[in-house]
Design a protein around this ligand. Structure first.
Ligand code: KIV
Ligand code: ZN
Length: 515
């Protein structure tokens, strides 16, 4: 069977999704999970974009040893230098260079002639080869490029030293048949093409990213780029979990395999969804809540008699757990630590101690603590890294059907000062958010608010996800508590803290816009 390399760009193209701003700890946790999943390459970010991106790529490269870590770079020396500084400590440093090759992009975005583009691409590859053992070169907007020009530039960058050639469908425009034909054209018309690995990178604007990626495999691609849950710019990128499972289930057809540990798919998908605040639609292939639910009587009857009547993918294949371990108030620190490790989380001693306190508090109020509860608590402990900003001390909300809802909130700011405010609203959440806005002394626009219960039952934990806009920055936040109002307050504070953190980082280094 042909081996297909999986290039994960959740932390780069995925993080370009509107409203997604991951902090360093969140990026590291995702990188560790991608390593466990068994991807071949992690694109950790764009080192020249900002100090924050640089630090994240550097730390991920220094931490992850089970796969190659790469970073994106424009075809300019300063970007390549920054990328080398960030990536040189990695196990197998590689650079991802790109430049646009379509007439539209060359004329309007780059304002360069095709000859200038070839010259810039070739000299960037040559310069990068001084440092990097592996250089991947991408033709941005390849699918709207003229094929003879694409073949010419690909031949020249191969001659200059590129060993992976990526053909992105940047705007999600191509169809599977056409995409396959581009790969065939290049394989038939570019000298030394057999010496390099061909890569597919598809966006989902027309809903064809996965189909296009699979078509590329059929026409010679040996590397597929995509993101977990298909997150990314606009409609997103190809969903890697769907491609990997399609190759596995239809190996009779594709005769190709990946190195992925498929049983880590569900956990990876949940982690990315929670940390980015991007919900997985219930009917999403492979990882959606309903992906394995059989609703109609006829289907249920069939599955009970013989699973394969209606089930082509077993939930266990992708790590969907049918039974969750339950802890309770008599469980000790040791049992907690064991379960945390079994769930795949690495917590420092201090984090375990804090988690144990939260666990005991919850166990006093809730009889059974499920894996989902535990993961929700771990997220609170491990990823609330905004301690330098606002922290919730207390809330009090008054609500009655014949009263005006009123909230009183006490916060502490990064310097330890206490801030107390009160406000009303047309509902409890609005009263709470109006009060918090007073505390922050800045306008906050709430763009989205979602609430879900972590597990079943009336005593379940509530998890709230919000999307806000503050000072033109859109970001998301999450909060968990047994009370829905407390969870709502925490999510709002988490989102606003994230904005303040981004602003602080921007003050240190203006973020460059890539596209
Ligand atoms: O979609 C695209 O063209 C990209 C490139 C930078 C590879 O993400
Ligand atoms: Zn892309």
């Amino acid at each position: 069977m042909r081996k297909i390399n999986i290039f994960d760009t959740t932390l780069r193209d995925g993080e370009q999704s509107a409203g997604v701003n991951l902090n360093l700890h969140e990026k590291l946790e995702i990188a560790r999970q991608l390593e466990r999943l068994g991807v071949d390459i992690i694109e950790a970010g764009f080192p020249a974009a900002s100090k924050g991106d640089f630090q994240a790529v550097k730390q991920i490269a220094e931490t992850i040893k089970g796969c190659s870590v790469t970073g994106l770079s424009r075809s300019v020396q300063s970007d390549i230098d920054a990328a080398w500084e960030a990536l040189k400590g990695g196990a197998e440093p590689r650079l991802h260079l790109f430049i646009a090759t379509s007439p539209i992009h060359m004329a309007h975005k780059l304002r360069m002639t095709p000859e200038q583009v070839v010259e810039a691409a070739v000299s960037a590859v040559k310069y990068a080869k001084r440092y990097f053992p592996i250089v991947q070169w991408s033709a941005e907007d390849a699918c709207r490029s003229e094929l003879p020009f694409l073949a010419e530039i690909v031949a020249k960058v191969i001659e200059a030293g590129a060993s992976v050639i990526n053909i992105p469908d940047t705007v999600g425009y191509i169809t599977p048949k056409e995409y396959g034909e581009i790969f065939t054209f290049l394989r038939n018309n570019v000298q030394n093409i057999e010496k390099v690995s061909l890569s597919a990178h598809c966006h989902d604007d027309l809903g064809m990213a996965v189909a296009n990626s699979l078509a590329a495999i059929e026409h010679g691609a040996t590397q597929i780029e995509g993101t977990i849950n298909g997150i990314g710019e606009r409609a997103g990128n190809a969903a890697l979990e769907e491609i990997a499972v399609a190759l596995y289930i239809r190996k009779d057809y594709y005769n190709a395999t990946t190195r992925l540990n498929l049983q880590e798919i569900k956990r990876t998908s949940n982690l990315v969804s929670k940390l980015t605040g991007m919900v997985i639609p219930a009917n999403k292939a492979v990882v959606g809540k309903n992906a394995f639910a059989h609703e109609s009587g006829i289907h249920q009857d069939g599955v009970l008699k013989e699973k394969t009547t209606y089930e082509i993918i077993s939930p266990e294949l992708v790590g969907v757990q049918s039974n969750s371990m339950v802890l309770g108030k008599h469980s000790g620190r040791h049992a907690l630590r064991n379960r945390v490790e079994e769930l795949g989380y690495t917590l420092a001693e201090e984090e375990i101690n804090k988690l144990f306190v939260r666990f005991k508090e919850l166990a006093d109020k809730k009889k059974d603590i499920t894996d989902d509860d535990l993961v929700a608590l771990i997220f609170e402990e491990k990823f609330d890294h905004f301690k330098d900003f606002y922290q919730l001390s207390s809330i009090q909300v008054q609500y009655g059907t014949k009263q005006i809802p009123t909230a009183v909130v006490v916060l502490t700011d990064g310097a330890g000062n206490e801030i107390q405010e009160a406000a009303t609203g047309s509902g409890s959440v609005e009263a709470l958010y109006n009060t918090l806005e007073r505390c922050f002394q800045t306008d906050v626009t709430l763009l989205d608010y979602r609430i879900e219960s972590v597990s079943g039952g009336r005593d379940a934990l509530a998890q709230v996800f919000v999307k806000v806009r503050v000072h033109e920055i859109e970001t998301s936040g999450r909060g968990t508590a047994q009370d829905v109002l407390e969870a709502s307050a925490k999510a709002y504070i988490n989102a606003v803290n994230r904005v303040f953190m981004i602003e602080k980082m921007r003050e240190e280094n203006q973020k460059v816009t890539i596209k």
